[in-house]
Design a protein. Structure first.
Length: 414
């Protein structure tokens, strides 16, 4: 399928594919087994200039936009979802800084993330605040030139290895959602420590940690956007980042199908290759169709996002303003619906395809020394993090209802 990628986007995809096949694939089993962080792979990605694919060149990135990030994440995930996440976690940290950060914050924090000099992480989940981020209990109190943070965050991808964290805390618990505020916190800040490391079913090359804040003093200038606007920061970030999760799901599905196809063409039963049986062929057809449909939806959405948000980014860099403010001035639409659709469809595809691939491979597909079962374990999280697929369906439906109401109102007015 020709998706009319630019020369830069084609180069990003080709470079990511080369790293995935030559560097990631040979070591993925070891990193999964040992739950190690893949520093050697991150350094390869850094050398290739792919740590900040989505970041403008002026800020140290490749300037390939959201679609470029999707292409890279897809290829990395095609080899290993866990190692892909070890790279893309920095993207989730950098996105809110790009959208809501001041020029000084972009220069200080985003550029090192884009070049790979530093790694980033994003943390919003708490023991009592998962899908409901407004239930956040971590507090931030302004004292002089600092905010003092107290509380616990959990399920932080990138955990202890990151250098820069986007952290959400409440500056006013009684205000609920209107009290949520985002901060940039640097590793080594007094009062900021790490709790337990989680042991997970999949994506095991990416460490997941509990973060602990005990009278952690964060400089006032590290406030991200405005007090009480944390929900805007989170929602704006997820609107643009969820295609990244979709890309992980797409890559995982494609990687599982690649391995399965290679196996069933040589595995023989009843005197013929498994791939010759119609029952298997029907499963192959369904897997291939779902993957291509996922890819078409994802690429189209990412491209449309770049066309929509790109002018606001350019304006903010030129004028020294905040990207989100330029998006508001240009009346850039929210991509909640389309972003959620990508995430739901691609992650559900990943889960179904990987389950079917294990089934097609039979007994060997269930074994740890054969890669297909790992793809299945890695696929599951894509239906959960950055908003469960049940929450995504709520948001998609809500946006559809709003759009229908708006069109009906316009029709009446006409």
């Amino acid at each position: 399928m020709d998706y009319e990628l630019t020369e830069l986007q084609q180069e990003v995809a080709a470079t990511a594919e080369r790293i995935a096949q030559q560097k990631i694939k040979p070591v993925r089993a070891r990193y999964d087994e040992n739950e190690e962080f893949p520093w050697e792979i991150v350094n390869e990605v850094k050398k290739a200039g792919l740590m900040g694919v989505y970041v403008p060149e002026a800020l140290g990135g490749a300037g390939a936009g959201n679609l470029g990030q999707v292409l890279a994440s897809e290829q990395f995930s095609r080899a290993c979802g866990g190692i892909a996440l070890a790279v893309s976690a920095s993207c989730l940290c950098g996105t809110p800084i790009l959208l809501f950060g001041t020029p000084k914050q972009r220069e200080k924090f985003l550029t090192p993330l884009a070049t790979g000099e530093k790694l980033g992480a994003f943390t919003i989940t708490e023991p009592s605040a998962g899908s409901d981020a407004t239930a956040t209990k971590t507090t931030a109190k302004l004292e002089g030139d600092h905010y003092v943070l107290n509380g616990i965050k959990n399920f932080c991808s990138g955990g202890e290895v990151a250098d820069v964290y986007v952290v959400f805390a409440s500056t006013s618990l009684k205000r609920g959602a209107r009290g949520l505020t985002a901060f940039i916190v640097e590793k080594g800040t007094p009062g900021f420590t790490f709790g337990k490391k989680e042991h997970k079913m999949g994506i095991r090359a990416s460490p997941t940690y509990e973060l602990v804040f005990q009278n952690c003093k964060v400089p006032k200038e590290n406030l991200l956007y405005k007090e009480g606007y944390g929900l805007f920061v989170a929602q704006g970030t997820f609107d643009l980042s969820r295609p990244g999760v979709a890309a992980q799901g797409l890559g995982i599905a494609q990687g599982a199908l690649d391995e399965t196809m290679a196996y069933i063409r040589v595995r023989k039963q009843f005197g013929q290759a498994i791939s010759s049986f119609q029952a298997i062929q029907h499963m192959l057809a369904d897997c291939g169709t779902a993957i291509e449909a996922s890819r078409a939806l994802l690429y189209a959405t990412a491209k449309a996002m770049d066309n929509s948000v790109g002018p606001a980014v350019e304006a903010a860099l030129k004028k020294g303003t905040i990207v989100f403010d330029e998006m508001t001035a240009l009346d850039v639409k929210r991509w909640t619906k389309e972003s959620g659709m990508c995430k739901v469809y691609c992650s559900d595809t990943a889960m179904k395809v990987t389950i079917d691939c294990v089934q097609m491979c039979g007994g060997i597909g269930y074994m740890r020394d054969f890669p297909v079962e790992k793809f299945m374990r890695d696929a599951k999280i894509t239906q959960i993090y950055e908003g469960t697929n049940q929450i995504q369906r709520n948001e998609i439906a809500m946006m559809m209802i709003k759009e229908a109401a708006s069109k009906a109102k316009e029709a009446v007015a006409a």
